[in-house]
Each structure stands twice: as structure tokens, then as C-alpha cells.
Design a protein. Structure first.
Length: 368
């Protein structure tokens, strides 16, 4: 079956990118496919929102924090809701990573051949590798969450001790102490963030490798680590952009809610559940879920663009694709022969942990 020619977006994606180019193209893809991206991201987040709201209502029914209950009951309510929402958020994040991993194959084919990004194709890809994607997403989320937690508190302790030393040594010169303290705090924050993304970058392309190249979970981890050498700063830039965009969206949505709550007499700064109605807690939670739906596709698009970019830089991906378009399929060889070419797009239906084996002799390994 003949494939369509790559779109202009696809041509643009096959050149090495800096951090600014990465963010610009990710936003451009997101804008051009807004409805589809939102539809793809909605099911796992919507399910998480439903469970979160139900958990909040259950907590209020069990512990009755809006009555003149004892302080212990109110503390139990906050622990109950916090722990439940944390677990729901973890499961929701894993489910979102699974779906976005399924979207990566569809997205890369869109980059290379101009094929449309569709809800149906994304979830079909997700279903074809669901077990492997679930295992990989769970391991990545738990591992990076633990590493991030350790690095954050270790960096916080080091920063605090450093600032105490600076203040004690330069107490007689307040202006110098302030400047030095700011420089040290910013430098240590950057170093902590860089260390985290140095580790995180090794796992960044696991879903793309699994779905695009058809590799198993363990081989995908090794392959991702091999590709990730030059992407630390660009991953950091993508993270900072996504974080700023997320909180900007939250601010835009939270401000009207806060104004309305204030106008009807809700004490927003109170930690007393009796002063905060259930509707406000539920609305607050839903707004967070909406922002997650709106912004998570930007991260997915950025990672897919980075994946293609790394292969362009290290493997001549663009030259391979150009040759495939002009020369067509390479001659068929027996399956016992070792193919020295890494297929641009391999079979998606490879069981977890197995070695990739292209279905066709096409250089791209495309299903015809």
C-alpha cells in the first residue's frame, strides 16, 4: 500500500533541534491536533477525576469533618483524602503514560509520513502492547518518583546548610550575604534538577522504542539509555515549559473559582474542613484534572520529537528515510540472517522482553 508523502511538519522534524525548536514544534503539533490530543488524553484522566471526587465524598461521609467533630476525626479525614488522592494520582499517571506510549507510534508515523493522528489508532497501538507498556510505565513512574523524592530532600538539606553557613560568615554584610545566598540557592536547585533529568533521560524513550521499533521492555530500556546522551538540557527545558504552562492554566482556571468562593463567604485560607464546602474541593480537583488533560499531550509530543531528533543525530535517521522513499524495499533475506539495519519503524506487536524481529524486509519494517 502506498504511503503518503511526509507533511511539512515531518520535514521540519528531521533536522537537529535545540531546546527552543523542540518547544516550538511541540506546541505547533499540539495546536494543529488539539481536539485529537485532548480526546486521547481524556479517558485515563477522566477516570481518575471520577475516583478522586468519589473518594472525597466518601471521606466526608465517613469522617464528617463539616460537623463539630473532634480534631482527631478531622486529621483522619485529611490523611484519608491525601493518601487516597495520592494513590489515584499515581495510577492515573501510569495510565496516562501507557496511553501516551501508545500514541507515540501514531505520532512518529505522522511526523514521517503525514498520516493522521487518530484516537482509534492510538488506543489500538496501546492495546497491542498493553502489558509491556503497563510494566514499563509503572517501573518508570515508581523509580523516578523515588529518585526525585530523594534528590529533592537531599538538595533541600544541602541548600539549607549552605545558606546557614553563608549567613553566619557574612552576617555583618547583609547585601553580600543576600546575593551569595541567592546564587548558591539557584545553583544548587539547577544542579539537583540536572541530576534528576540526567537519570530520567535514560528512561525517556522507552515507550517510543517499544512502539516504534517493536522492542521488548528490557531491550527498550537499554536502547533508550543509548539514545539519551544529548537530551538532558532539552528535557529540562521541556519540563520547565510544561510546568510553567500547567501552573499558568491552573491560575487562569483557579482565579475565577477563588473569586466566586470568596464572594459566597468561603474561607479559602482556612485549614478547617468545616469552613471549606465539598463543592469547592471537588471543583478544585476537577480543575487540576482539566489542566492535566490540556498539557500532558505537549510532553508527549516533545518526547516523540526528541526521540526522532536523537535518531537523526546519532543514526542518520533522515538519510535512511530518504533512501527508503527512493529505493523502496531491500531484498528479502532468510529470517536466520542478522539484519545490520535498525528498522526505522518496526513491528508493534512484540511481546514484552522478546527480541525485535521485523515482519517484512522493508527498511522501515512497515506493515503493508
Amino acid at each position: 500500500m502506498a504511503t503518503s508523502q511526509p507533511s511539512a511538519e515531518g520535514h521540519l522534524s528531521l533536522t537537529p533541534m535545540g531546546a527552543g525548536d523542540l518547544i516550538d514544534r511541540a506546541v505547533r503539533f499540539y495546536r494543529n491536533n488539539f481536539g485529537t490530543f485532548v480526546a486521547i488524553a481524556t479517558p485515563p484522566v477522566l477516570a481518575g477525576a471520577v475516583f478522586s471526587v468519589a473518594w472525597t465524598i466518601l471521606g466526608r461521609e465517613v469522617f464528617s469533618p463539616t460537623t463539630a467533630a473532634a480534631a482527631d476525626d478531622r486529621f483522619s479525614y485529611y490523611v484519608f483524602t491525601w493518601f487516597g488522592n495520592a494513590v489515584i494520582w499515581l495510577v492515573e499517571t501510569i495510565a496516562t503514560l501507557v496511553v501516551m506510549g501508545g500514541a507515540s507510534r501514531n505520532f512518529v508515523r505522522h511526523l514521517l509520513f503525514g498520516e493522521p493522528i487518530t484516537f482509534k489508532e492510538t488506543y489500538r497501538n496501546t492495546a497491542s502492547r498493553f502489558t509491556g507498556l503497563l510494566a514499563a510505565s509503572t517501573a518508570i513512574t515508581v523509580s523516578l518518583g523515588t529518585i526525585g523524592f530523594i534528590l529533592f530532600y537531599f538538595g533541600l538539606i544541602i541548600t539549607t546548610l549552605s545558606l546557614l553557613i553563608v549567613v553566619s560568615l557574612l552576617a555583618s554584610i547583609p547585601l553580600v550575604a543576600t546575593i551569595v545566598s541567592v546564587v548558591i540557592a539557584v545553583s544548587l536547585a539547577y544542579l539537583t534538577l540536572w541530576l534528576f533529568f540526567l537519570i530520567a533521560s535514560r528512561f525517556a524513550y522507552v515507550p517510543q522504542v517499544m512502539l516504534v521499533e517493536g522492542q521488548g521492555v528490557f531491550s527498550a530500556v537499554g536502547r533508550s539509555a543509548t539514545l539519551a546522551g544529548g537530551s538532558v538540557k532539552r528535557l529540562m527545558a521541556l519540563f520547565v515549559f510544561s510546568t510553567v504552562a500547567t501552573y499558568s492554566a491552573l491560575a487562569i482556571l483557579y482565579v475565577p473559582l477563588a473569586w466566586y468562593a470568596w464572594s459566597v463567604g468561603v474561607e479559602l485560607m482556612s485549614f478547617d474542613a468545616e469552613m471549606i464546602p465539598a463543592w469547592y474541593e471537588i471543583a478544585y480537583n476537577i480543575i487540576w484534572q482539566i489542566s492535566f488533560i490540556l498539557l500532558s499531550p505537549v510532553w508527549t509530543a516533545g518526547l516523540c520529537l526528541l526521540y526522532v531528533d536523537e535518531r537523526v543525530r546519532s543514526e542518520g535517521y533522515d538519510i535512511e528515510l530518504m533512501a527508503a522513499r527512493r529505493l523502496g524495499e531491500i531484498p528479502a533475506v532468510p529470517r536466520t540472517y542478522s539484519n545490520p539495519l535498525q528498522p526505522a519503524i518496526g513491528s508493534a506487536a512484540v511481546s514484552a522482553g522478546s527480541s525485535p524481529r521485523p515482519r517484512s524486509s522493508s527498511m522501515l519494517g512497515l506493515d503493508q
